[in-house]
Design a binder for this molecule. Structure first.
Ligand SMILES: C[S@@+](CC[C@H](N)C(=O)[O-])C[C@H]1O[C@@H](n2cnc3c(N)ncnc32)[C@H](O)[C@@H]1O
Length: 377
């Protein structure tokens, strides 16, 4: 129960169907498009809104990037977070992935000493506002909710203690694109990592809902990664308030551009540029070669500065940058877009910045990109 919301306990009669509509997978990338799906699953989860929104983004990103495999949640309670993943599959019309819902469907095991005093206090406070009957929900109740939400066919329920079910069933799952671990205590989290981590695809995500909530979860993660000598970074996922809501590990890379937040920002930047520059308009992309634009987007962007189409490193000085831009402008290039990895250029090359600003107009400015229209000074 990483980031617990203290809403009313749901009943299945509150279930609202996840309506089909004409949203395409790409349209779902906009946060406001997730709203109806989040509303529909809200009664069935204690995961906070911000974490759910991030999960929706992650599910879509995994699909868009073609990361292979099913979605797995270990620790589902009433099923809401898993239902969100399943409803995103349904909206995208994806039939070859499923969501696996592993749970005892009988509540949490008792915390152990390693889980810390707070966990023990939580378990003893059976009248507490976040106790939720020891986080128990019956399998039939969760299955009924899935059915009422129209998610039959996208979900696979596995009932029992992880130590028995995970080794027995993992062979049927195959590759996993997103593994969501939300089972609070040290032994449970470690069991999930030991049984499923190896099946997570390259580029896939492991979401650790309780990393910031419970000491036992954090210890299990550190223990597992340390024991395996795994170099992948643990990344904090932040809510709007600036507080971390969960943690994520992206398998398959170790640099800053291998993280989930990098992938997300890159995708947003590409979309922002798309929405301001027509496919037919040639444009310069100042990104220090980091967005791997041509690999991810069919439309060509001109590297800057470039030789024979390749990025050749930052300009030697302002004069070099201005001369390059003038050359490209004369050849008909209409826009220049600065992406955040190269924002430092705007401070460093002051005369270049002054030249760009005085001879063109800003048409898009966000935390990730600034786009100038070179035809309109
Ligand atoms: C905090 S709840 C999960 C919250 C849920 N993801 C949501 O969307 O609200 C934790 C769940 O983990 C399950 N759980 C914890 N340890 C387990 C274990 N070793 N085997 C099976 N289920 C376990 C509990 O039954 C409980 O449903």
């Amino acid at each position: 129960m990483g980031s617990v919301s203290h809403g009313e306990a749901p009943t299945t009669t509150q279930a609202r169907g996840v309506e089909d509509n004409d949203m395409s997978t790409s349209a779902l990338m906009d946060d406001e498009d997730f709203a109806p799906l989040l509303t529909a699953v809200r009664p069935f989860t204690m995961v906070c809104e911000e974490s759910l929104l991030e999960l929706a983004r992650q599910v879509v990103a995994v699909q868009t990037l073609g990361i292979q495999g099913d979605f797995v949640e270990c620790g589902v309670w009433r099923g809401g977070a898993s239902f969100l993943m399943a409803s995103l599959l349904r909206h995208a019309g994806i039939r070859d992935r499923r969501v696996w819902l592993f749970d005892s469907y009988a509540g949490l095991p008792a915390p152990e000493e390693i889980d810390g005093g707070r966990a023990g206090a939580w378990a003893r406070n059976t009248q507490g506002p976040t106790y939720f009957d020891n986080c128990s929900a019956r399998l039939q109740e969760v299955q009924l909710a899935a059915r009422e939400l129209g998610l039959d066919g996208y979900t696979e329920f596995v009932e029992g203690w992880f130590e028995h079910t995970l080794p027995a069933v993992r062979g049927r799952i195959g590759q996993v694109s997103l593994l969501r671990i939300d089972c609070d205590w040290h032994a449970s989290v470690l069991c999930c990592l030991e049984n499923l981590y190896d099946q997570v695809s390259d580029g896939g995500l492991v979401i650790l809902d309780d990393y910031y909530s419970w000491d036992g979860c954090a210890i299990a993660v550190h223990e597992f990664l340390g024991r395996r000598h795994v170099p992948y970074r643990i990344e904090s996922v932040f809510g709007k308030s600036g507080a971390p809501v969960c943690a994520a590990i992206r398998k398959g890379g170790t640099g800053w551009n291998a993280t989930w937040s990098w992938i997300y920002n890159r995708d947003r930047a590409i979309r922002e540029i798309h929405s301001h520059i027509l496919a037919t308009d040639p444009f310069i992309l100042v990104d220090e070669g980091t967005l791997e634009w041509t690999r991810s987007v069919e439309r060509a962007a001109i590297a800057f500065p470039e030789r024979e189409g390749r990025y050749v490193g930052p300009p030697a000085d302002d004069a070099h940058a201005i001369a390059e831009l003038q050359r490209l402008r004369t050849s008909g290039v209409k826009f220049i877009a600065f992406a955040w990895p190269a924002f430092w250029w705007l401070d460093h090359y002051k005369e270049f910045q002054a030249y760009v600003r005085s001879t063109s107009r800003v048409v898009c400015r966000s935390d990730r990109v600034v786009v100038f229209d070179l035809t309109n000074g």
